[in-house]
Structures are given as structure tokens and as C-alpha cells.
Ligand binder design. Structure first.
Ligand code: HEM
Length: 331
């Protein structure tokens, strides 16, 4: 049976598809090709900056680095600069491995109750398909720059050539397209099939995956089954960035659905969990060096406190303390 969060997400995707189709066949199509690009991009940039500034403003008075190894201390104790970075280079190294290779996800473990005790095992599938999905998405977005740049820079052509290296089909099937589809399908099925994950999955979890699946599917449909007029589309994309939007003629309904999904993704991105893209860099457990023993960190937000030292206390109560027979530091 289809659960409520999944049902709502499927419904949202259907509504988006029907709206795109509705727009495609009416004069309102200029909304999608001339107005929405700017609106969606403005919301994306504004929302992204807002979230990042908000995070950056949160007080982090102390170092709360995640440590999984020996911190730097005495010269004769071997430290682990990646697991417990003591300086900015260590932080950069660890962050780079995290961002490019999902290093901490590589340590993902699975737990099963065998008899009455938990048994832990390695679980690399999430890491593998997660990495596959993110890298292929990046490659596809970079390849799409060909619509926005004239003449197309050689590295974009090079990337497309490598991506279509095996020359499967006409037009060539890009490896990144297949990889993205595979990665997304795994991530989606994982939420459906694993009962614990289905239990904690929310509308936003399914919606993100379905929206991306929608973008890939419509992209693949355009490339392999319902070819879009790429010259018209490139004119339109160049029109966006030169602020002279050109209305494409007869680019086909699939293209309108593709665009509608992309703009929804852009506008929703800053307010969704997808903001982990920016959030990772602002995570204090990852972006701080563990130099707690080398430097004394004072909380800069500490309000001035009026202290009452023991000496002052004794001065105040000396006579009473003497009468009660309590020991005194000063007679
Ligand atoms: C998040 C952004 C986007 C993603 C993830 C995405 C994804 C895809 C994918 C996976 C394909 C299949 C073929 C290929 O990989 O080239 C595709 C094709 C296509 N996309 Fe996108 N797309 C995005 C944004 C856009 C935008 C903004 C445009 C408008 C300029 C666009 C226009 C097209 C066109 C015209 C095709 C067909 C290409 C061909 O026939 O070779 N896409 N897209």
C-alpha cells in the first residue's frame, strides 16, 4: 500500500507535470521561458544566502570538532591529522575527503538483532549509490553549461566526449545519465523497501527524489525519444543570461515539464534538506580544528559576571566564622 508521504509527493509531481503541460499549450508558456527562470534563480540565490548567513551567525564559542583519532599533543605521541585535525590544513583535508568521497558515510554500519544481541556489519551500498548519484548530477549540470556558453569551451566538449565514450546508441547514451538514474532508483527503493526507513521518511524525502527522477526522465526522453530543438533552446538559455529572453517555438511539452521541474527544484532547494550542500561547510563539528589543548578558547559572548572571591567572602563573614569555630585563611 502506498503511504501518505509518498502519496502526497506523487500528487505534487503530478500537479507540477499537469501545470507544465497546461502552460505549454497556452500563451502562458512565456511564464516558464521568460519569467520563472529569473524568479526561481532569485529565490535560489536569496534563500541560499539567507540560510548560510543564518548559520554563520549562530554562536559557536567552543571547538566541538568530531574526533575519531589521536589529537595533536606531545611531539612523541603520533597524532592523526585527518581524524582529529589540529590546524586549518587538516580541516581542509578532512572536509575535502568528506565532500568529494563521502568519507564518513563509508563507515556506515548496519545492525541486525541476531538471537537477542545486536550484530553490526559493514553497509557500503548507501555510500556507493550516494556517491554515484552526486557525482553524476554534478557532471550533468556541468555538461548543461553548453546551453549557456557560446562558443562552447573545450572542457565541456571534452567532458561530454568522455561521458559518452562507449557510444552506445544514437544519440550516445551518457554514462552519467545511466548512473544518475541508477543512484536515484536505489535511494528511492531503499526508502520504500526498508521498513525502518519507510517509517521515518517524510514528504520532503520522497519529493526530492521524485523531482530529481522527473528531471532525469524528461531529460532522457528528450535526448532519446522526443528530440527537442536544441538550437531554439540554446537561444532561449543565452537570452536568459543576456537579459533578452527569447521565446522558443515548438520545443515540445517534455521540455516544458523538464523546465518546470528544474525551476521547482531551484526555488525549493534553499528551504529543503538539500541545503546540506551548503550546510556541510558550516558544520562546526567538521569545520573547526581541534586545538583545544594548544589554545585556551574563551567564550566571547560571556556576559561580565560580578564575582565574589573567597577573600571577599571571608572579609564579610570573618567574625561570624570565628564565632562558629570555622577555619580562616586570614586571622
Ligand atoms: C538541475 C538542473 C538540471 C538537471 C539535473 C538536468 C538533467 C538532465 C538530464 C539527465 C538530461 C539527459 C541528457 C543529458 O544528460 O544531457 C537532460 C537533458 C536536457 N536538458 Fe536538462 N537538466 C537540468 C537543467 C536544464 C535546463 C535549465 C535546461 C534549459 C536550458 C535543460 C535542457 C535540457 C535539454 C534541452 C536536454 C536534452 C539534451 C539533448 O537532447 O542532448 N536542462 N537534462
Amino acid at each position: 500500500m502506498i503511504g501518505k508521504p509518498l502519496g502526497i509527493s506523487v500528487l505534487a509531481i503530478l500537479i507540477l507535470t499537469l501545470s507544465a503541460l497546461g502552460i505549454a499549450f497556452t500563451p502562458l508558456s512565456f511564464l516558464l521561458t521568460a519569467l520563472l527562470p529569473y524568479a526561481a534563480f532569485a529565490v535560489f540565490i536569496g534563500g541560499f544566502v539567507y540560510r548560510v548567513v543564518n548559520w554563520a551567525k549562530a554562536p559557536v564559542p567552543f571547538r566541538i570538532t568530531t574526533t575519531c583519532g589521536q589529537q595533536t599533543s606531545l611531539p612523541w605521541i603520533k597524532n592523526n591529522s585527518l581524524e582529529s585535525p589540529a590546524d586549518v590544513w587538516g580541516v581542509i583535508g578532512r572536509m575535502a575527503l568528506e565532500v568529494f568521497l563521502f568519507r564518513s558515510l563509508f563507515r556506515n554500519t548496519d545492525v541486525a538483532i541476531v538471537g537477542k544481541r545486536p550484530v553490526y556489519g559493514s553497509a557500503k551500498w548507501l555510500w556507493f549509490f550516494g556517491l554515484l548519484f552526486h557525482w553524476s548530477l554534478l557532471i550533468i549540470v556541468l555538461r548543461h553549461l553548453r546551453f549557456f556558453i557560446e562558443p562552447i569551451t573545450p572542457w565541456i566538449n571534452g567532458l561530454s566526449a568522455v561521458d559518452g565514450f562507449f557510444e552506445i546508441g544514437v544519440p550516445t547514451l551518457y554514462l552519467s545519465d545511466g548512473a544518475l538514474l541508477l543512484g536515484l532508483t536505489f535511494l528511492f527503493l531503499r526508502r520504500l523497501v526498508v521498513p525502518q526507513l519507510r517509517y521515518i521518511s517524510l514528504v520532503t524525502d520522497y519529493f526530492a527524489l521524485l523531482l530529481l527522477l522527473g528531471i532525469v526522465t524528461t531529460g532522457l526522453l528528450m535526448r532519446h525519444f522526443f528530440p527537442a530543438d536544441l538550437i531554439q533552446i540554446k537561444n532561449m538559455a543565452l537570452g536568459w543570461i543576456t537579459f533578452v529572453p527569447a521565446m522558443p517555438k515548438e520545443v515540445g511539452p517534455v521540455f516544458y515539464i523538464h523546465l518546470c521541474f528544474v525551476f521547482t527544484l531551484l526555488a525549493w532547494f534553499p528551504f529543503s534538506k538539500l541545503m546540506h550542500m551548503g550546510g556541510i561547510f558550516l558544520s562546526p563539528t567538521r569545520n573547526l580544528a581541534n586545538d583545544n589543548r594548544m589554545r585556551r578558547h574563551l567564550n566571547p559572548w560571556n556576559a561580565p559576571v560580578k564575582v565574589h572571591t573567597y577573600e571577599e567572602y571571608e572579609d564579610e563573614f570573618r567574625e561570624k566564622m570565628k564565632l562558629a569555630g570555622l577555619p580562616l585563611e586570614k586571622e
